[in-house]
Design a protein around this ligand. Structure first.
Ligand code: NAD
Length: 488
């Protein structure tokens, strides 16, 4: 793919940077130049927020719900028409295998617009009749009004999917947005601007500012007094900084943060299905999925057999170029992230891990040696307080530990500051429901992983986040409920 320019998208115009600052985006596959990203200045972020505010006071603000949702269906259709452009852009930025991006990232990006257009059309309002002393009574009904200008800060692991998961409901509810994509993945957010232009979304409704976090576009946006609410997906540490920024002006935040998710396999589970599911949960997207499993607990009677089976799965994953059909594993997002993951690989050994497989860098063909490759890795034998059992690594790796009882495994699984997701494998239906109640997580899969119905609540407990998005739950964040009381 030829190197390109990633411009800011403000008020329906593509712009460089008013301060002329830019940085390179390099491919995690081979280190080649993907493009030059124009970093938004404070002035550019001001312009984006101003355009977003003006949109609310213009045609977008007065647009009928059906017209607005029709536009969102057209956005979804246009993403699908330009499916290959989005696919190529996402692959160039992330290096993820074409098989994943074409089945997960891009279809879900389009689906988000359709889903939330449907959700807002079908939500009804509260209504209460009340008595009054004069006997004539009054009625109350609640209307949903947009919150205003929404700041959307995105990570790099599922760029289009996670951005549209927030942009689609925000727009469906009548807000305008200023999006700050990750500095690692500027492409699909930029491309979405072309879609908005094509289908006729009014100027200022969808804006994109590029850059980094601290002292750059991310911080300029989250500190901006013209932003009414902030929705963020990323690391827990960043979420803390964003929550502090949002305190000024008492602005709402929705935070989807990190996880250190447990997988639990009981001896009565369908063994092959559990191995399949857990292999996906550990290695999909090279382990760069917030819902992924990095701590695995397997009932002792099947422990050895399970470790061998998962090892075979790990070793069958072929790292390679995203466009090769037999590629099963892409690179990590960047060399910097690879350094972090490899430091955990070393730490595991220092703390006494038995390395079942992996633990280093795979041998790659000459053309790919500059990429951010790591081996899928499995450890056993670590203490429960070992660093790789505690910290979120965000790589293709897991630690497997045997357990002997249900109570023990619940205690182990909950022994983490995070509370995002769990995946439980058992054929005992009562036990499955018991665990779903006892595990302190936002989403608990039984005999499944990453099975998502977009109408359901999504979010984390403890340090994995605040709030729920998905279906009508997104409306709670992206609208204010206004009560109207009418004396009869
Ligand atoms: P990150 O927190 O480093 O960055 C996310 C975004 O925040 C980027 O756009 C970055 O530029 C911006 N940012 C950084 N510092 C900022 C600041 N001070 N002010 C404003 N913006 C700032 O996260 P990442 O490395 O891109 O993504 C990986 C993390 O995201 C993992 O922890 C993963 O678990 C989490 N994640 C969570 C979910 C979820 O739904 N819970 C989904 C995907 C990823």
């Amino acid at each position: 793919m030829a190197a390109t320019e990633f411009l800011n998208f403000i008020d329906n115009h593509y712009l460089r940077s008013s301060e002329g600052k830019s940085f390179e985006k390099r491919s995690p596959v081979d280190g080649g130049l993907v493009g030059r990203v124009w970093e938004a200045s404070q002035h550019d972020v001001d312009s984006a927020v101003k355009a977003a505010r003006a949109a609310l006071n213009g045609p977008w603000g007065s647009m009928a719900l059906t017209e607005r949702t029709t536009l969102l269906y057209e956005v979804a259709d246009e993403i699908n028409r330009r499916f290959d452009d989005f696919l190529d852009a996402e692959i160039a930025d992330t290096g993820k295998p074409r098989s994943i991006a074409s089945h997960v990232d891009i279809p879900r990006g389009a689906a988000n617009f359709k889903t939330f257009a449907d959700v807002v059309k079908n939500v009804s309002s509260e209504f209460f009749e009340m008595a009054t002393p004069d006997g004539r009574g009054a009625i109350n009904y609640a209307v949903r009004v947009p919150k205003g200008v929404i700041g959307v800060i995105c990570p790099w692991n599922l760029p289009l999917l996670l951005m549209t998961w927030k942009v689609a409901p925000a727009l469906a509810c009548g807000n305008s947005v200023v999006v700050k994509p990750s500095e690692e993945t500027p492409a699909t957010a930029t491309l979405l601007g072309e879609v908005m232009l094509k289908v006729g979304v009014p100027a200022g409704v969808y804006n994109v500012v590029h850059g980094f976090g601290p002292d750059s576009a991310g911080e300029f946006l989250t500190r901006h007094p013209g932003v009414d609410a902030i929705t963020f997906t990323g690391e827990t540490r960043t979420g803390t900084a964003i929550m502090k920024a949002a305190a000024d002006g008492i602005r709402g935040v929705s935070l989807e943060l990190g996880g250190k998710n447990a997988g639990i396999v009981f001896s009565d589970a369908d063994f092959d299905a559990a191995v399949d599911g857990i292999a996906r949960a550990v290695f999909l997207n090279t382990g760069q999925v917030c819902l992924g499993t990095e701590r695995l607990y397997v009932e002792r009677s099947i422990f050895e057999r399970f470790v061998v089976a998962l090892k075979e799965r790990a070793e069958s994953l072929t790292p390679g170029h995203p466009n090769e059909p037999d590629t099963g594993l892409g690179p990590l997002i960047s060399l910097e992230h690879r350094d972090k993951v490899l430091s955990y690989y070393r730490r595991a050994v220092e703390e006494g891990a038995n390395v079942v497989t992996g633990g280093g860098v795979p041998v790659m063909p000459d053309t790919l040696t500059a990429g951010a490759w790591v081996q899928p890795t499995i450890w056993t034998g670590l203490a429960d307080d070992a660093t790789v059992v505690r910290d979120e690594i965000f790589g293709p790796c897991c630690h497997i530990r045997p357990f002997d009882s249900e109570d023990e495994v619940v205690r182990l699984a909950n022994d983490t500051p995070y509370g995002l997701a769990a995946t439980v494998w058992t054929q005992d239906i009562a036990r499955a429901h018991r665990l779903a109640r006892k595990l302190d997580v936002g989403i608990c899969w039984i005999n499944a992983w990453f099975l998502r119905d977009l109408r359901t609540p999504f979010g984390g407990s403890k340090q994995s986040g605040i709030g729920r998005e998905g279906g009508v739950h997104s409306l709670e964040f992206y609208t204010e409920l206004r009560n109207v009381c009418v004396k009869l």
